[in-house]
Write a protein that binds this ligand. Sequence first.
Ligand code: FBP
Length: 262
Amino acid sequence: MKKIKIEKLFTDKKTLMLAYDQGLEHGPIDFDAHNVDPDYVIYIAVHGKYNAFICQKGIAELYHENYSRKVPLVVKLNGKSNIPRIFPIAKQLCSVKKAVDLGADAVGYTVFVGSPLEPEIFKEFGKIQEEAHDYGLPVIAWMYPRGRFVTNETSTSMLAYAARIGLELGADMIKIKYNDEKEDFKWVVRCAGKSKIAVAGGTRLPDTDALKKIKDVMETGAAGMAIGRNIWQHKTPMKMTAAVKSIIFDDASVEEALEFLK
Ligand code: FBP
């Protein structure tokens, strides 16, 4: 079995990755005059010394010179827009080989757990997981329960099931939403086994709430965050980065982290 090179995505077993695939998933509604420019977000990823910059292949290709060898890269291999509100499925848009050519340190793929098209999604994920591992590339699975059979996308039992499926399907890391239930979420982390949990940031929160959420997440045993809007929509993203890093890597309290925002 080939060795999976996952260390690059961690600092002392913790991780903070910057996600910038929302332009496809949500559209420019998430952007303002600054963060609509990929270079603005790449600057944050590079100078904030993130453990990875996550994007689709279009940005990875056209902005290659600006980030290459300055920050680890995660290429998202599938995606969808939110325009057709049909069965949740995000088909593969980029090959593993293309991601390797782009210098990816890992690949990402969204699995919509509970979708009526789940068998197709699992099959495609299985194929890319094997291809990526043949290259020694880690696979990060966005494990998102979704669709008409999912009554509560963030119930502990649903998230725990999604995390477990991620482990069973061979994800090295699982990106999942947090449900603000600190004690219950520890079970979600347990269900992921040796697969590392990175929590998604979600919509922009007031600073104290965002930092409290991250503090709680870290106390559940999760490995870290794969966060987007709460950083690059922030009016001082470098200060917010410092605050978040102090919690994840230095075990700072929320009050101590807030000092970075002064
Ligand atoms: P945020 O931290 O901005 O929430 O990003 C996390 C993320 O997983 C992105 O990678 C992705 O584009 C988006 O959320 C998808 O969220 P949803 O499917 O819930 O709209």
